[in-house]
Ligand binder design. Structure first.
Ligand SMILES: Cc1cc2nc3c(=O)[nH]c(=O)nc-3n(C[C@H](O)[C@H](O)[C@H](O)COP(=O)(O)OP(=O)(O)OC[C@H]3O[C@@H](n4cnc5c(N)ncnc54)[C@H](O)[C@@H]3O)c2cc1C
Length: 416
């Protein structure tokens, strides 16, 4: 039976959820606190679609590496020290999740979710090819033998999971990227990976939704809820109450605040990342690339090239930290000697907050406490890649149809 579904948050996850819910015959309203031209996390990211990312952020060694990086202001990771119970609790949960058992359980699920998302991207591109989907694989470049050995182990794990992954020497990588001079020890290649242009994807999804009659309430902030014993009756917004049959929280890093007055716990920390887009670089890449040691993603986008990286856990602070941006600018010439700080001189940095769950898995599904409230958030650095499959999963949940995925590991109640 068709329902009226209210979606809180118009980032890529909210829009994909709206798209697939509408496709299933539901009436959908997206409530977004920003204007139609907002520029949040879903716009300036690297746009990589990454079946290769089957290892969650919470993995063995993650804390050790993070502590090592904490000492340098230009390193790829930083936690701003602050007295915040939510941060302590998140860190404790992250530490508990960072085990080999968790990785072994999560990897097949993440692989399947990314692959289903890739299929969905292909469907969307067949319908209308207007968001720059390029399916030519992704390279991970290593400047040291140590990183190459680590990436070689990850590639072996990928193959065990049935995912093609090749280990390449510097010469073979040069053949794949003839326009870029590189100083690298070697790298790995994931032929199934792809990339999109995030802002074009956001514009395309917004357009498709408007054409299908989905309502948008821009500049409308959700401020609270009216709830009965086990159902949400309405959502309170800066423009008054809105009532629907089902409610989906896809507020990105702000999702915990959105559900707080319902007494629900949805642990998420904003992981601030930066990107720099050079409009017409002297050299460009053909593939999506990750610079392994620097944790910088490189994506060709039309005539431009985007460099994105850094994970800064600093609350909901959206200010630019110049030292972190410098970290990205300094890393690039170490791999691509034809680039220098001069190439970035007039490039304005962008930043966005990745919604990071403690175990590195998204939240997708209904809350137990309220029968008509669901979450679709917490995708950290995989939100672009996983948005379409998340939308499909939520459309199943909202239509009361069984999912082909086991949603237990994605339950928004797993930390309740
Ligand atoms: C530098 C960088 C590079 C990245 N690269 C990649 C990549 O290559 N591949 C990939 O898959 N992912 C990547 N990501 C991650 C990806 O960008 C995020 O996972 C994704 O954008 C999250 O989407 P979202 O819809 O969950 O959240 P958001 O895009 O943050 O959207 C949430 C929306 O909710 C709205 N909202 C919040 N509170 C309220 C409220 N109270 N009322 C109404 N509206 C509200 C916000 O305004 C916002 O628009 C990258 C991120 C960064 C920062």
């Amino acid at each position: 039976m068709p329902k009226h579904i209210l979606i809180v948050g118009g980032g890529i996850v909210g829009l994909c959820t709206a798209y697939y819910a509408n496709q299933r015959g539901h009436r959908v309203t997206v409530v977004e606190r920003g204007p139609a031209t907002h520029d949040g996390c879903s716009f300036g990211n690297a746009g990589l679609v990454v079946p290769s990312h089957f290892i969650p952020l919470a993995a063995p060694g993650a804390i050790r590496t993070a502590l090592k990086w904490m000492a340098s202001p230009e390193s790829p990771f930083y936690v701003k020290p602050r007295l915040d119970m939510e941060l302590f609790s998140w860190g404790w949960k992250f530490n508990r999740a960072a085990t080999a058992t968790h990785v072994a359980r999560s990897a097949p699920l993440l692989r399947d979710l990314h692959m289903a998302s890739l299929d969905a991207f292909e469907e969307l591109a067949r319908e209308r090819d207007d968001f720059g989907l390029v399916e030519n694989g992704m390279l991970i470049l290593c400047s040291t033998e140590h990183a190459l050995a680590e990436e070689t182990r990850t590639a072996a794990m990928a193959r065990e999971l049935g995912m093609p992954a090749e280990v390449l020497d510097a010469g073979s990588i040069g053949d794949l990227e003839p326009g870029l001079r590189m100083t690298i020890a070697g790298g790995t290649f994931y032929p199934k990976d792809a990339f999109v242009e995030p802002a074009r994807l956001m514009a395309s999804m917004t357009r498709r939704l408007a054409e299908r009659g989905v309502d948008f309430m821009w500049e409308t902030k959700v401020t609270g809820w009216r709830a009965g014993r086990d159902r949400i009756e309405a959502v309170r917004t800066s423009r008054g109450e809105l009532a629907g049959d089902e409610y989906v929280v896809s507020g990105g890093s702000w999702s915990p605040a959105v559900v707080r007055d319902l007494g629900l716990s949805l642990p998420i920390q904003g992981g601030k990342g930066y990107s720099l887009t050079i409009p017409r670089p002297r050299h460009n890449a053909r593939h999506g690339i990750i610079l392994a040691e620097a944790r910088v993603a490189v994506t060709p986008m039309g005539e431009s090239i985007r460099f994105g990286g850094t994970m800064e856990i600093a609350g909901l602070d959206e200010r630019i930290n110049p030292a972190r941006v410098r970290g990205i600018v300094k890393a690039v010439p170490k791999y691509f000697p034809d680039f220098s700080a001069e190439d970035f001189r007039d490039v304005p940095p962008w930043c966005g907050l990745r919604p990071c769950s403690p175990d590195g898995l998204p939240y997708a599904g209904r809350f137990r406490r309220y029968e008509n409230l669901s979450a679709a958030t917490g995708h950290a650095m995989m939100g672009m890649s996983l948005a379409p499959v998340t939308g499909k999963l939520l459309a199943d949940v909202l239509s009361d149809t069984p999912s082909r995925f086991d949603l237990t590991m994605l339950s928004p109640d797993r930390y309740a």
